[in-house]
Design a protein around this ligand. Structure first.
Ligand code: 0X9
Ligand code: ZN
Length: 308
């Protein structure tokens, strides 16, 4: 069944990944990076010409670490589909598959994602048991970078509870271990979120800028410009402390400052803002493809700009 352009369930994403990799055996391979707290598989798809040689630079995409941000996994799925179905047809896709291996984790918080479908549409965290009758840790506060610092709460019931210690969650440990085993080849790390229409540059945890801030901003601004050409949507590039709020323990900050991946960005996708009476996390299914098309255009530009 085709889930492109739909808000699919975790199990549908799983079987779709297996299926599409089967259809393109020379271009794709699915592997598991481990299980979630409730035992769901976390599948990573490796896409690229000759990806089995494991020699090319890697573009890493993690999506859905926040459960309610449904457009993020849906955009990762569109991207996987585009790469595989247009290889050898679309010259841009072909080039980006010849030059990079794409490692895409479309459902980074499977338990939370399922819970947001069955019990609470606005669930954000994991589903591990915490003290005081509370459930879940914010996985984007659970990485070991300024753990428990800015943008966290010590209240286990809070949506920004970072957990009892860094990497307390199976989901973040699985992501950490997969990243560490590939880090030498990863050139670009992307974390897909919603919403606010931003390309966030590092760092999120401090207002101190990395030494290569200018270069990171140049590439992000180029991405914003090409994104706008598709449907006219406006994004802003900059750091979380400058544009949103400081937040520690995030995956892209860890990818940059600990794993040493130079280009690390967090996308906050559609919508730009919540509309009256409705949460910004509730985005019509009809916006998945337009959102993914414009994000794709920015990815092409970013991938092109970082080639050297
Ligand atoms: O708060 C977050 O984790 C992200 N915003 S969201 O609305 N999707 O929850 C921003 C994350 C930026 N990254 C870091 N601050 N590390
Ligand atoms: Zn998020």
């Amino acid at each position: 069944s085709d889930i492109v352009g739909k808000y699919a369930r975790h199990s549908e994403i799983d079987s779709w990944l297996i299926n599409i990799a089967d259809q393109y055996p020379t271009l794709a391979k699915v592997e598991s990076i481990g299980s979630s707290h409730e035992g769901r598989d976390m599948k990573l798809i490796r896409i690229g010409k000759n990806n089995e040689a494991r020699t090319k630079p890697i573009i890493w995409i993690e999506a859905g670490i926040h459960a309610r941000e449904w457009v993020a996994p849906a955009t990762a799925i569109y991207t996987i589909h585009k790469l595989l179905t247009e290889y050898g047809i679309n010259p841009v896709v072909t080039q980006l598959m010849d030059e990079f291996d794409w490692l895409i984790l479309p459902s980074a918080n499977p338990d939370g994602y399922e819970y947001s479908h069955t019990m609470d549409r606005l669930w954000r965290k994991t589903r591990s048991r915490q003290s005081g009758r509370c459930t879940g840790v914010d996985p984007n506060r659970n990485f070991d970078i300024s753990f428990g610092g800015a943008g966290t709460s010590t209240n286990p019931c809070s949506d920004i509870y970072p957990g009892t210690s860094a990497f307390s969650e199976s989901e973040t440990r699985n992501i950490r271990d997969a990243l560490l085993s590939e880090r030498a080849r990863i050139k670009l790390f992307l974390s897909f979120h919603a919403y606010s229409q931003l390309i966030l540059t590092p760092y999120g945890y401090t207002s101190i800028k990395p030494s290569d801030n200018q270069e990171l901003m140049r590439v992000a601004e180029a991405g914003v410009a090409s994104l706008k050409t598709i449907h006219g949507e406006m994004y802003t590039a900059g750091t979380p402390p400058d544009l949103l709020y400081a937040a520690s323990g995030g995956s892209y900050d860890w990818a940059k400052s600990v794993a040493g991946i130079q280009y690390a960005y967090t996308y906050e996708m559609r919508p730009a803002e919540a509309s009256f009476g409705q949460s910004g996390f509730i985005l019509s299914e009809s916006e998945i493809i337009p959102n993914a098309e414009e994000v794709w255009a920015s990815l092409v530009t970013i991938a092109t700009e970082i080639q050297y």
